[in-house]
Unconditional design. Structure first.
Length: 321
């Protein structure tokens, strides 16, 4: 956790923006019997992070005996420092509501005046079925796919290969990008997020020493499955993931050129290089620029003014003006 926080601080300095979040883990990071100690450790690290860093905390599931103590320690001690709370093994909207009541009470007692956003992990077939309802909840900011628990929940009906990424020359293994049930779950979650304006977060790649496999996976998640972010399980994975989710420089140049021309025409339709562009494509190219800014890309000069400190909370649905 300390290495990840230091890397986040270093890359914040390097890029001038926080290009990835750090989620401090109370769940899988805690040895059995040491859950309370881990929660205090998470709260301490969150409070020590710089204000510009985006730090969240993953608690135990609402059904776990340690959930209540996690809330009291983490939300109670670090409410002001946290950017979000992550909830694992969410099965229904009722789980979200249960968590909201507990977290809000602890955070309010600690003096936090605005609600903590929730990032939820969907990890079972039943939860995938309810993804649209969960994504519709006002407090849910992001939904992540829990690959390994999802595969395990099938009681052996999905092979272990579905938790990995097959090699570039393997055309047969049903890995996490080719097993039909796994791909279906990923698409349901991504669709639910896009339907309700939430951020879909792709699952981990466990082959953390295989940089090529990681980059292939990240590009597929971003370009084919509609995910806007991706989990890492090791600091070495962070830069390859950020690169894979970042637009190419020629995409940024094109997006800037189109939006500058559109702005000059007061957002009326325009024609460039024999192609029609209107407000639908303007929104698309705005998303390209915003993704570039969020991943630390060097934006074209004309676009930088749209991403000054005054515009740091710009909505993905807004257009520059």
């Amino acid at each position: 956790m300390k290495k990840s926080l230091q890397l986040q601080a270093d890359m914040l300095q390097e890029f001038g923006a926080c290009v990835f979040d750090v989620t401090l883990d109370c769940e899988d990071g805690a040895p059995v019997g040491a859950e309370v100690e881990q929660a205090h450790r998470v709260a301490e690290l969150a409070c020590a992070a710089a204000p510009a860093q985006r730090v969240g905390a993953r608690l135990h599931a609402v059904s776990h005996p340690s959930f209540a103590s996690d809330v009291q320690v983490v939300a109670g001690r670090a409410a002001a420092a946290l950017a979000y709370i992550m909830l694992p093994k969410v099965e229904s909207v009722a789980d979200v509501e249960h968590a909201v009541r507990a977290i809000d009470a602890a955070a309010a007692a600690a003096g936090r005046s605005h609600p903590l956003p929730l990032h939820v992990l969907i990890e079972s077939p039943a939860a995938v079925h309810r993804a649209f309802d969960i994504a519709a909840h006002a407090r849910v900011q992001s939904i992540s796919f829990g690959l390994m628990d999802f595969v395990s929940a099938h009681g052996g009906a999905i092979g272990a290969q579905a938790m990995g990424v097959r090699s570039a020359d393997d055309m047969h293994t049903l890995d996490q990008f080719h097993h039909p049930l796994v791909v279906r779950a990923k698409l349901e979650i991504a669709s639910a997020c896009h339907a309700h304006g939430k951020l879909a977060s792709h699952c981990v790649v466990t082959e953390f020493r295989d940089a090529q496999a990681l980059e292939r996976a990240a590009r597929r998640a971003a370009q084919a499955l509609g995910y806007g972010r991706m989990w890492s399980i090791h600091p070495d994975q962070i830069r390859p993931i950020v690169r894979a989710f970042a637009p190419e420089q020629d995409q940024l140049e094109l997006a800037c050129h189109i939006l500058v021309q559109a702005q000059a025409q007061d957002w009326a339709p325009i024609a460039l290089a024999g192609k029609l562009h209107d407000r639908a494509s303007y929104r698309y190219f705005w998303h390209v620029l915003e993704r570039g800014w969020r991943t630390g890309c060097t934006l074209p000069d004309a676009a930088r003014a749209w991403f000054t400190a005054a515009h740091l909370t710009v909505s993905a649905e807004s257009t520059p003006h």
